[in-house]
Ligand binder design. Structure first.
Ligand code: N01
Length: 502
């Protein structure tokens, strides 16, 4: 059994950033576990052809580790992964990372005031604080299509790309037209013999204003850090301008809608295909995508966009509800992730003996400030409920949460608290306010279904305000919102300064 002060789950932007900031603040007694074989999280897993960020790279990097070497304004996945690796190595934290180990169970031990954790390699860890950076987009969601398990060709999810399969000249089907698919389709169109794209709902796709950074810009970024900071700041505020269109008045998004419709007209000549790919809901309701190559790819001679529902999959074909059978060698499933039921929630058992998944069964995912949960002392989540964004970089949210968690840790140490847990009424007020704000957002009222909403139609994934408001609200650990306990362990019941309500 290993005993550590902080156990961090996941080595993506969240877990790695947490490890670096713990170390910087002198909290060196931590362990990071990662189920994959490397750092990178989402950016390690999503290495499909065409993978790139769709928020500018200047923002898609840690504020404390600017990268003067981005080649493009929207960097491709290998560059982002190389950046994350480099930051990890330079920070000197990797000696406390264990790869290819997953969290199996984590149970709060109220007597010891610690999390007792079992890992997939059979070992155990006891940790005062459990910090989850397990990611909201980490568990692939496979479509429940009749017969898919009997398909005889190759089949893989966008986040589990099989690079051993040579697609040259093959008949390939892509299921889904979300953020992953629209990056994959143009790359596949270039090499495959024939491509069927199964579209259930058309996305809005804006032009991608991508460009290579010039040598002069890169020199300036390297030698004049203030220039890069100013550039980053300008991009940040530009992205924040999207917020009112998402959260207050969808009509404010008409310029974006115009751009998206113009992108269709530019990329596709055939009026029928144009109509097929034109969305019938408000822009922003689903994630707005960017591409200059998606529509031209759909308009190519070797591509068919199929909108009839998939009825079943046979050993070598996809059959649609109109009875048409399209033979296929390789099936690419770009159908997204489990977002509203985080898989790690089933593994975490709190103070009352209920798992996080059970606790959330009736309410949907709820956390205080997207970070802490009533009934789960000393559990901190990065990218927890209602922290996702439709417009800007998650790294900004992640850094805000890391700062909040560090302040919680400092407060616990300074005051001698062995546990902190948000009061139920405080958490409820926080969530009621979020859900009230959610009602007028385009995500809830824009006339579409999306991974933002759970089965009950609650939006438990996105943050409905500006990102600077999020940062302000998490700027300080607000201990008054928490039930705290004194030093532990102790043979007699530990002094409690506030009653913990069930
Ligand atoms: O997944 P999605 P994704 N039969 O859930 C369709 C981030 N990301 O992997 O819209 C047929 O968006 C589904 O159809 P519908 C980003 O946050 C970022 O593409 O539900 N189709 C949809 O078209 C993004 O939002 C980058 O009707 C089925 C698609 O599959 C998130 O990841 C790049 C189906 C799923 O789209 C997820 O994106 C990539 C079925 N049974 C991803 N089930 C960046 O660039 C689902 N679909 C940073």
């Amino acid at each position: 059994m290993t005993t550590v002060k902080h156990l961090v789950v996941g080595a993506g932007f969240a877990g790695l950033g947490m490890a670096i900031k713990l170390q910087e603040s002198g909290e060196v007694d931590f362990l990071v576990i990662e189920k994959g074989s490397d750092v990178g999280g989402t950016w390690r897993a999503n290495d499909y052809p065409g993978a790139a960020c769709d928020v500018p790279s200047q923002l898609y990097s840690y504020s404390f580790a600017p990268n003067p070497d981005w080649s493009m304004s929207f960097s491709p996945q290998p560059e982002i992964q190389a950046y994350i690796r480099r930051v990890a190595h330079e920070a000197g934290v990797l000696d406390r990372f264990r790869f290819e180990v997953a969290l199996e169970t984590a149970t709060w031990d109220d007597e010891a005031r610690a999390w007792q954790v079992t890992l997939s390699d059979g070992s155990g860890v006891s940790a005062t604080n459990l910090i989850s950076g397990a990611g909201g987009l980490s568990e692939p969601k496979l479509p429940d299509i009749d017969g898919i398990e009997g398909f005889q060709g190759e089949v893989f999810h966008s986040a589990r790309w099989n690079h051993d399969v040579d697609l040259t000249g093959k008949r390939v089907a892509v299921i889904g037209t979300g953020a992953s698919a629209i990056q994959i389709v143009p790359e596949l169109q270039k090499v495959v013999g024939h491509l069927d794209v199964y579209q259930r709902t058309a996305p809005y796709v804006l032009p991608r204003n991508d460009r290579r950074y010039t040598g002069v810009e890169k020199l300036a970024f390297r030698h004049l850090p203030l220039v890069q900071r100013a550039y980053r700041t300008a991009i940040y505020w530009g992205r924040e301008l999207y917020v009112p269109g998402f959260t207050l008045e969808p009509k404010l998004a008409w310029p974006a809608k115009k751009l998206a419709l113009g992108n269709i007209a530019k990329g596709i000549n055939d009026p029928e295909l144009r109509a097929t790919v034109t969305p019938d809901y408000e822009i922003g309701c689903k994630r707005i995508l960017i591409s200059n190559t998606y529509y031209p790819a759909l308009a190519s001679g070797n591509v068919e966009v199929v909108t009839d529902g998939i009825a079943k999959i046979t050993g070598d074909a996809v059959v649609t509800s109109d009875g048409v059978e399209r033979p296929v060698d390789v099936l690419v499933v770009a159908t997204g992730f489990f977002t509203t039921e985080q898989p790690i929630a089933a593994a975490i058992t709190g103070r009352t003996g209920a798992t996080l998944a059970e606790t959330w069964r009736e309410t949907g995912m709820v956390a205080y400030k997207g970070t802490t949960v009533h009934g789960f002392p000393n559990l901190f989540q990065i990218v927890g409920p209602n922290t996702g964004l439709g417009h800007s970089s998650m790294v900004f949210i992640i850094e805000s949460q890391i700062a909040y968690i560090l302040d919680a840790i400092r407060t616990m140490e300074r005051e001698g608290y062995s546990s902190v847990e948000p009061h139920l009424d405080v958490q409820n007020r926080w969530n009621d306010d979020l859900q009230r704000r959610m009602q007028r957002t385009v995500w809830n009222s824009g006339g579409c279904a999306s991974w933002y909403l759970d089965e009950e139609g609650r939006n438990t994934t996105l943050w409905p305000r500006t990102t600077f408001t999020f940062r302000r609200l998490l700027a300080q650990f607000d201990v008054a919102s928490y039930a705290v306990t004194g030093p532990a362990p102790s043979p007699t019941p530990a002094p409690t300064n506030e009653k913990v309500s069930a």
